[in-house]
Write a protein that binds this ligand. Structure first.
Ligand SMILES: Nc1nc2c(ncn2[C@@H]2O[C@H](COP(=O)(O)OP(=O)(O)OP(=O)(O)O)[C@@H](O)[C@H]2O)c(=O)[nH]1
Ligand SMILES: [Mg+2]
Length: 602
């Protein structure tokens, strides 16, 4: 219902914008329309090795898109979304993480792709798999991402998958009830919460462990003691799959998955839906405001000629302000450019500091023994340690980008926020009576813009951070990057030179470690620069477009008012009548947009 009302409201607003010759405003609404037509909500499934992540995804969607096995692990993220029929694609890369191909694959080959790192017939690396299924849950707009859970939770890959969370709408943290949370799991959850506000713990395999209630009780206490407030849902994927096969409702409830599905569809989707309605209302009312400002300026000119000269002066001033706002010397623009520059060097510095510390610890470890004996333990330690810092550095980048976005938004609002209200003083006695809801929205929009737009979500176009980082640091024996990074080689040359002195071995080990560090730094540096470039472009495009719109609105208002002044008395009277009707229509549209918000917040 809400969706169709949103659609209808936007369509009406587009027509209005076009009717008043504001193609720019219509454009903005059309973009919103496209975004709303794909109201995806991405849920990332995370957790340790073999906890039942893939099984849960399969059980949720009722099918087997994700490979489940005791021995074969999920190797790449699988993105599961709605489609009219079963279809699958592989995301392939030739090693350069910025170049990805999306290739259709046969349905029956999906398990093979999901559990491999490399395509059997080529050198192409598999970065991920996308599948489409005709399922009710997915049709509602939920996109589920199954991730690999390599090694312990400290493992490079699992840590890297945390990064995907900042781009997801929600995260499901999976842990089976065979034992209580480990400290590593708790640490992981804490980090996860920082990156995504909606995390839910799912306790799996309750059919297998009779003491599951006790485990969940203790886990709840663990979470409380560290101040994590996520609910824990108990499920059995096996029961759910069986229930679907038998079409057995009671069994489905017993599996706990019914509750999880309700949480996804009722709570998550509804929140998402509400946000979309508020967003629509904000955009439409902002468009209405711009249209109205034009019409009102003209109306004042035809109805109150005694005020015209002052009005024209004020409009001229507003137009000049709007011109400054769109120029490169405007405050928001300078804030943005300087901010990105600072961010680039701060993020870089942060990572260098981190790597310096890792190197110091690694050197100490190497000095403390014989690399030949240490290496088997040292290598995974190093990879984990570094991946932790990669994600920490990304969290730093995410936090600072959001701060910058808020600051740019603030500066834009201070310099341009009230631009369209310049003529309010004249309209106070013209009984035009702005619609109340739209006034409330103005306030909301201001406070929202002050918080800044969310910039990171779209910064990796469809590609998941998990894939990027995962393939970069995880060390499947064949991965060319990992081999290139030099750790594998380090081991080999260490063995080759067995007879050399311990000192020399330590030197070799340190070199290997440093080469690895250099390679990771190079990649991380490139990735953060790319991300920041995208953030900069997004913010610049967004506020430039807003500044252009304001400039156009003020120019049109000035032009309309200047022309109206020259009209004859009878023309003025007729035009005044028309304008009032037009303003009423725009007000009606704004009121309709306002209703979207009240409907959403009920
Ligand atoms: N009895 C029972 N077994 C389960 C359940 N969920 C998962 N399993 C089993 O646990 C094993 C691992 O399940 P997966 O779904 O592959 O686990 P995963 O977390 O995706 O594993 P990786 O992707 O390799 O990390 C499989 O043998 C599943 O059959 C459950 O609810 N009940
Ligand atoms: Mg799996």
């Amino acid at each position: 219902m809400m969706q169709s009302e949103r659609k209808a409201t936007i369509e009406l607003a587009i027509k209005a914008a076009q009717a008043y010759g504001r193609g720019d405003l219509a454009d903005r609404l059309e973009k919103l329309q496209i975004r709303l037509s794909q109201p995806d909500m991405t849920v990332v499934v995370l957790g340790q090795f073999k906890q039942g992540k893939s099984s849960l995804v399969n059980a949720l969607v009722g099918g087997a898109p994700c490979s489940v096995d005791d021995d074969i692990a999920t190797a790449v993220p699988t993105i599961v979304r709605y489609g009219k029929q079963n279809k699958a694609w592989a995301l392939l890369s030739d090693g350069d993480s910025s170049q990805q191909k999306r290739e259709p694959i046969e349905w029956q080959h999906v398990p093979g792709y999901v559990t491999a790192h490399r395509r059997h017939d080529s050198e192409l690396e598999i970065k991920g798999v996308e599948v489409e299924l005709p399922r009710k849950l997915l049709a509602k707009g939920i996109v589920v991402v199954d991730t690999p859970g390599v090694g312990g939770l400290g493992s490079a890959h699992a840590t890297a998958c945390l990064g995907t969370l900042s781009m997801a709408d929600a995260g499901l943290f999976i842990s089976d009830v065979s034992q209580e949370f480990t400290q590593a799991e708790i640490d992981y959850l804490k980090q996860a919460q920082e990156l995504c506000s909606t995390i839910v713990c799912v306790a799996t395999k309750i059919d297998l462990y009779p003491a599951w209630r006790e485990v969940i009780k203790r886990n709840t206490a663990h979470l409380q003691s560290v101040g994590i407030e996520t609910p824990i849902l108990a499920v059995s994927s096996q029961l759910r799959s069986e229930a679907i096969r038998r079409k057995d409702k009671a069994m489905n409830e017993e599996s706990g998955c019914g509750q999880l599905v309700r949480m996804l569809t009722d709570d998550f989707l509804q929140t998402n839906d509400r946000q979309l309605s508020v967003k629509t209302a904000e955009e439409v009312s902002s468009v209405c405001e711009q249209l109205r400002s034009q019409l009102e300026a003209e109306l004042i000119a035809v109805e109150s000629p005694e005020k015209s000269s002052q009005l024209l002066g004020d409009l001229e001033a507003a137009k000049e302000r709007s011109e400054r706002l769109r120029s490169s010397v405007s405050r928001w623009n300078i804030t943005l450019n300087d901010g990105i520059g600072d961010l680039n060097s701060d993020v870089d510095y942060d990572f260098r500091q981190r790597m310096r510390q890792v190197t110091k610890e690694a050197d100490e470890a190497i000095e403390s023994g014989d690399p030949l004996e240490l290496w088997d333990e040292f290598e995974p330690w190093l990879v984990n340690r570094v991946s932790y810092d990669v994600v920490a550095n990304y969290r730093f980048l995410a936090m600072r980008s959001n701060e910058l976005s808020a600051l740019v938004g603030d500066h834009f609002m201070t310099d341009g926020g009230d631009m369209l209200h310049q003529i309010d003083i004249y309209t106070a006695d013209t009984a035009l009576g702005r619609v109340k809801t739209s006034l409330e929205l103005d306030v909301k929009e201001t406070s929202k813009a002050a918080k800044g737009m969310t910039v990171l979500k779209g910064s990796y176009s469809g590609m998941l951070m998990c894939t990027m980082l995962g393939s970069m640091i995880s060390v499947p024996p064949l991965a060319p990057i990992a081999a290139g990074i030099g750790l594998m080689m380090g081991r080999k040359s260490l063995k080759d030179e067995k007879e050399r002195a311990l000192k020399q071995r330590r030197g070799e080990a340190k070199n290997s470690m440093r080469r690895y560090g250099d390679e990771v730094s190079f990649q991380v540096n490139k990735d953060s620069r790319d991300t920041l470039r995208k953030v900069q472009r997004q913010l610049r495009d967004h506020y430039s477009a807003r500044a252009e719109e304001l400039n156009r609105s003020t120019s049109e208002a000035l032009r309309g008012a200047a022309e109206a002044v020259k009209k004859s008395e009878s023309e003025k009277a007729a035009r005044g009548k028309d304008l009032r009707a037009e303003i009423n229509r725009v007000n009606g549209l704004a009121a309709r947009a306002g209703k979207l918000v009240s409907a959403a917040t009920q």
